[in-house]
Write a protein that binds this ligand. Structure first.
Ligand SMILES: C[S@@+](CC[C@H](N)C(=O)[O-])C[C@H]1O[C@@H](n2cnc3c(N)ncnc32)[C@H](O)[C@@H]1O
Length: 307
């Protein structure tokens, strides 16, 4: 499993040809669940490199076992929200196909924000898919969802979208396909092909050093009163949840939640005594991506607690 550790990565987007050791084209499956589709696809055609992206840790662990049993070296998996991963880990024009099988349609309008395909994600797809050949292939059991996604691709202006068609079965049956077949539901296929490209803004770029600040003295009352602090500005939100102190008072861990354009992370900022003054930095054990909100959290804490 390719487990991305933000601390180790010096450059985004990632260099997938180095990770796979070849320059085969990339096929991605978002939400691979049980992994049946991806494994069979990779077994059938090893002229491509395959990447599965999942938010479920359990699915990733189970899939890892499957990869091991099948001895496949042309698949990597990423435990991450696909909207973030596809935008940040892939270069422009680098993905041959994005496949999505039976995503949750989140039917209630109050949950619409959770749907995978939204305007911004389709902008991202227009940027990262290969010119001319790059495709999104969606199979769903929900017709209105396929229509809604089709309209979003058309509104984007960078895709040619074929008519939604009814399909009998996927080339390899997935867990959800079996489930919906058992309930007698139909299956719909939507294919969107890239025709042009939008320019997107990525969060992970530039300086990947651990964000840090130095100050001469700490105001400990101000430090303790940071719990509950919240600041929102320019697509970033920073919330301070708690403060933990080492018994000898030489080190503090500030628990932070931050959000960059809907992407939430939780981590510690470390405040520690040095020979001279104090160092405020993203804690070494934090697996947070060094996004603008993370950098800002370190800067804000340093500014707020300086005496
Ligand atoms: C309904 S299941 C379908 C699983 C599988 N494709 C199948 O057909 O059996 C949807 C899957 O998508 C995953 N998922 C949902 N949102 C996601 C996101 N933003 N990024 C990556 N995976 C996601 C879920 O964890 C879940 O495993």
């Amino acid at each position: 499993m390719y487990q991305i550790n933000p601390k180790d990565i010096k450059r985004y987007p990632l260099e997938w040809n180095k990770i796979f050791g070849n320059s085969n084209k990339l096929i991605i499956e978002i939400g691979f669940g049980g992994g049946e589709f991806l494994v069979n696809l990779a077994k059938e055609n090893n002229n491509y490199n395959y990447i599965g992206i999942e938010t479920s840790l359990t699915s990733c662990h189970k899939f890892k076992k499957k990869l091991f049993q099948n001895n496949l070296n042309n698949i990597q998996i990423i435990l991450e929200d696909a909207k973030f991963a596809i935008r940040e880990f892939f270069s422009d024009n680098s993905i041959n196909k994005v496949i999505v099988n039976f995503p949750c349609p989140w039917p209630k309008s109050k949950h619409a924000k959770k749907r995978l395909f939204d305007e911004k994600f389709i902008d991202t797809l227009s940027s990262v898919l290969e010119e001319v050949d790059g495709k999104v292939i969606l199979t769903t059991d929900v017709f209105w969802y396929a229509s809604d996604v089709k309209e979003k691709f058309l509104n984007n202006g960078c895709f040619e979208v074929k008519n939604i068609s009814e399909v009998n079965q996927l080339p390899f049956k997935t867990r959800y396909e079996k489930k919906w077949e058992y309930e007698g539901r139909k299956k719909y296929l939507l294919i969107a092909q890239k025709r042009c490209k939008k320019t997107i803004k990525r969060l992970l770029k530039g300086d990947f050093d651990l964000p840090h600040q130095k100050i001469k003295k700490v105001d400990f009352d101000k430090l303790q009163s940071l719990v509950g602090f919240k600041k929102s500005c320019k697509n970033k939100t920073i919330v301070i949840k708690d403060i933990y102190t080492k018994l000898d008072g030489s080190e503090y861990l500030v628990k932070v939640f931050s959000e960059d354009e809907g992407y939430i992370q939780s981590y510690f900022v470390n405040v520690s005594k040095m020979k001279e003054g104090w160092l405020i930095k993203l804690d070494d054990i934090a697996k947070a991506y060094r996004t603008p909100a993370v950098k800002e959290a370190v800067n804000i804490i340093a500014k707020e607690i300086e005496n």
